[in-house]
Design a binder for this molecule. Structure first.
Ligand code: J2J
Length: 525
């Protein structure tokens, strides 16, 4: 299945080292469900439901049989758009069990994104709720199906039981083949889908568990949208399930909702993006209304955590902080739980695996010895190419992944993230492709030209500013008009521009290209 393979000598090496073990996600659940020790333990809970490993395994078998009866075949791509609830885990593992390929959409995605994803993946089915948080997902799924020919089945995640059928044997997936498609944070109109294999992803999950101390006693709270790579695998819900621990899924990451579950389920660990970590910290500093004393580790990642915030998290929440710098394409760095407190609070950690290879280069690809540069990497769980050959520029000629992140290595061996090259805005962990937003803005008749840049923001880290040259300078479009236009074009809410600045011309670089750098400097100044 169209996965850019690792060079054979590297693949052999990863196998010989025991990093790739030939296990599939389905093997993992079966061995937990069928084990008399773990079978009766709680695997997954949300506000309304709880399932043991044995129940989960059984329900997954019935649902898988139902999906097969619908016509879903091995290697078919199934687009999931499921909020944080037990049914997410049931659906993902049922798709694995029929040897089909989950594609991880987010509940916040809207028509433009889902059409792009479904089309790129050639999805045959969409599994989503009828409605969620006042939004009609059924109508959205129907709109996608009307535009993407491959989509034949719309499955209602609130009524999975209606599909349940007598379990059948679906055979076993090849662990070295494509397991699922994850989404790249900075995707444009044509999304970059990330092909991950059972072997590579499960290695990253097991290794993450070792570093993060995940055991059968861990209760992991998925506070962020669970389809994100971070709560999914670093070590996330898959880490907890692979260790025989418990996954608790919060409908919302806000303290008022998430902490109720923390108290009830005695949650030990969770992962947050910096703005949420700030909200949790400030709420706890004012006095928590729930007993959150079971928490022992809070991870922060997805965007740069300000050092000042990092220092407050541990004391306020009574936890050990762990910084996580990761990417759905692969490489994940962690501060170690026993690193000196200064390293934990001021760095983004180091790679999880000795087999991760890193190099820091300048804009011409030449090695940088001291000081910051662009991070490139290869390793046992970092992809060699996107699905269907998209985004080739993101890979160096020798197959290393060019992360686009500007980093510096400190004397302790930890990385400090200094920023990013390119045109991606990191809005508190949610990434916005400037190019995608610019394309949408250009479609507005009142916009003659547009450039989107990141502006520093005390809460989100960065927010978006759209520089616009108006078609009619006497009547430039307002922020409200532009936001409505982008929303109507079917983009997720987090991609709507935070501010608009109308200008007469854009500053240029020496070679006549518009200079984003100068635009950022104008805004900062
Ligand atoms: C600065 N920038 C960071 C950090 C990610 C674990 C954790 C996060 C992700 C993730 C993930 C950062 N400081 N601590 O997949 O498994 C920015 C970088 C990176 C991009 C990847 C995981 N942690 N970033 O955020 O695929 O720019 O994955 O290249 O969504 O987020 O985004 P994404």
């Amino acid at each position: 299945m169209d996965v850019s393979p690792w060079p054979p000598e590297l693949a052999d090496h990863y196998r010989a080292q025991g990093l790739w073990r030939g296990e599939t996600f389905d093997d993992m659940l079966r061995s937990r469900g069928g084990d008399p020790a773990t079978g009766p333990r709680i695997a997954v809970v949300d506000a309304a439901r709880r399932l043991t490993y044995a129940d989960l395994d059984d329900r997954v078998s019935r649902l898988a049989a139902g999906l097969a009866a619908l016509g879903i075949r091995p290697d078919d791509r199934v687009l999931l758009q499921i909020p944080n609830q037990v049914a997410f885990v049931e659906a993902v593992f049922a798709v694995f069990r029929v040897r089909a390929i989950p594609v991880f959409g987010l509940p916040a995605h809207r028509e433009a994104e889902l059409v792009g994803i479904a089309r790129s993946a050639c999805a045959v089915a969409i599994i989503s709720p009828r409605a969620h948080e006042g939004f009609d997902h059924r109508a959205l799924a129907e709109a996608v199906a009307a535009q993407v020919d491959s989509v034949e089945h719309l499955v209602d995640v609130d009524d999975l039981e209606s599909l349940f059928a007598e379990p059948v044997d679906h055979g076993r997936a090849d662990p070295s083949e494509l397991a699922f498609l994850q989404l790249s944070g900075g995707s444009t109109g044509v999304p970059k889908l990330i092909p991950r294999t059972h072997d590579d992803y499960l290695y990253s999950v097991r290794r993450s568990n070792e570093i993060c101390g995940v055991t059968a006693d861990t209760v992991y709270l998925a506070a962020l949208p669970v389809a994100h790579n971070f709560p999914m695998s670093s070590p996330g819900i898959l880490g907890a399930l692979s260790a025989g621990g418990t996954v608790a899924l919060a409908a919302s990451p806000t303290p008022s909702v998430a902490w109720e579950l923390v108290e009830r389920e005695r949650v030990t660990m969770t992962g947050l993006v910096p703005p949420l970590a700030r909200l949790w910290t400030e709420t706890a500093e004012r006095g928590a209304a729930f007993d959150i004393s079971s928490l022992d580790t809070i991870q922060v990642g997805g965007a740069r955590c300000p050092d000042e915030l990092a220092r407050r998290i541990g004391p306020a929440l009574g936890v050990t902080l762990q910084q996580v710098f990761g990417m759905a394409e692969g490489l994940v760095c962690y501060t170690r739980l026993d690193d000196p407190i200064d390293e934990i609070c001021t760095t983004q950690g180091r790679p999880m695996s000795d087999a991760d290879q890193l190099r820091v280069v300048d804009e011409h690809g030449e090695p940088v010895d001291v000081g910051p540069g662009f991070l490139e990497t290869q390793g046992p769980y970092t992809i060699r190419g996107y699905w269907a050959g998209a985004g080739k520029d993101s890979f160096a000629a020798d197959g290393w992944y060019r992360t686009g992140d500007v980093v510096e290595l400190n004397e302790y061996g930890n990385l400090v993230v200094r920023g990013r090259g390119g045109d991606r805005v990191n809005r508190g962990g949610e990434k916005v492709s400037a190019e995608q937003l610019e394309e949408q803005l250009l479609a507005h008749p009142g916009v003659w030209d547009a450039i989107v840049v990141a502006v520093p923001d005390p809460y989100l880290g960065e927010r978006t500013c759209a520089y616009v040259i108006a078609t009619d300078p006497a009547e430039p479009p307002s922020l409200a008009v532009i936001r409505r236009f982008v929303r109507d074009a079917g983009l997720a809410e987090w991609k709507l521009p935070d501010s608009v600045k109308v200008v007469e011309e854009f500053p240029e670089t020496g070679v006549g290209k518009v200079s984003r750098k100068k635009l950022r400097a104008i805004l900062a100044g």
